[in-house]
Write a protein that binds this ligand. Structure first.
Ligand SMILES: Nc1ncnc2c1ncn2[C@@H]1O[C@H](COP(=O)(O)OP(=O)(O)OP(=O)(O)O)[C@@H](O)[C@H]1O
Ligand SMILES: CC(C)(CO)[C@@H](O)C(=O)NCCC(=O)O
Ligand SMILES: [K+]
Length: 254
């Protein structure tokens, strides 16, 4: 019983093959491909892979990209199944005005985060931060209800927007500084603290609304870069999307 989890993001596709479709399954192989390069997965990193018996994915990149991924999966017999955000799944209730309009990456990561926190102790509110091309900051209450979340430009988009929208700014990477004294540091620090500040606001909203300190979890490729600049302790979790896909798969596939 092998299980292939796929996260098709805004910039890259990330995949992971597990030995079973349940939380805690052993990771057999994993990889990432920029969306421009996904058409060579079948003859590349998937060619020698043990054949997956089940697959579940989430995709925010649109139908054309989804079809390109499914074309690559023709290498195997396994049906492609994609998570669509719904009113509730795997113990999380969706408070979005239109639940299906919530990005499925956000939905799946929240399901991963909820079970991650429940596995460690009693239920409590959660702030889930996903740091990638875009940044999302979600709140789940003690009962597992998604109350709402923020969408911010990711660090890269912020700096490119500044470069494109100003006359004289160019963007070599700088360092995060408390008091930046050159342009590169000013830009890098501005982007980093914009994200950290938005997260801090959400934490304050959660404390005020739920009356309890939230568990703060962070995921996404650039999470480790943000972690030192946060105002509160954050637990870095490698890939909440894969964790969420394992939780959903365990319930759907039995
Ligand atoms: N110093 C930094 N601080 C915060 N974020 C950063 C930093 N450097 C890069 N990033 C962000 O991290 C992103 C890369 O993270 P990640 O690898 O998770 O994204 P991705 O897989 O390309 O995104 P997606 O999942 O949307 O396809 C970049 O797009 C950039 O916005
Ligand atoms: C916000 C992003 C871009 C984050 O990857 C993605 O989840 C998305 O496209 N969401 C759809 C809009 C929404 O979640 O409200
Ligand atoms: K993403």
């Amino acid at each position: 019983m092998t299980f292939l989890a796929i996260d098709v993001g805004n910039t890259r596709l990330k995949w992971a093959l597990y030995d079973a479709h349940r939380p805690g399954a052993a990771l057999l192989a994993h990889g990432a491909e920029f969306l421009d390069h996904i058409d060579r997965l079948a003859e590349g990193s998937w060619a020698q892979l043990p054949v997956p018996t089940k697959m579940l994915g989430c995709v925010v990149a649109g139908d054309a990209v989804k079809r390109r991924v499914q074309d690559q999966m023709e290498l195997w017999d396994v049906p492609a199944q994609w998570v669509v955000s719904s009113a509730q799944e795997a113990g999380v209730v969706n408070g979005y005005d239109y639940p299906s309009r919530l990005g499925s990456d956000r939905w799946v990561a929240m399901i991963g985060a909820r079970h991650h926190v429940l596995a460690k102790g009693p239920a409590r509110p959660i702030v889930v931060v996903m740091v990638g091309t875009a940044v999302t900051v979600e709140c789940i209450d003690t009962d597992g209800r998604f109350l709402g979340g923020l969408i911010l430009p990711g660090h890269g988009i912020m700096l490119r927007a500044l470069e494109a929208g100003t006359a004289g700014l160019h963007v070599p990477t700088g360092e995060v500084r408390l008091f930046p004294t050159n342009t590169s540091d000013a830009l890098t620090s501005g982007g980093t603290y914009a994200i950290a500040g938005a997260v801090e606001r959400m934490v304050q909203h959660v404390i005020a609304h739920c009356g309890a300190e939230p568990a703060c979890v962070m995921t996404g490729g650039a999470g480790w870069k943000m972690a030192p600049s946060m105002t509160r302790p954050f637990e870095l979790v490698d890939n909440l999307i894969f964790d969420g896909l394992l939780e959903i798969a365990a319930r759907r596939f039995g």
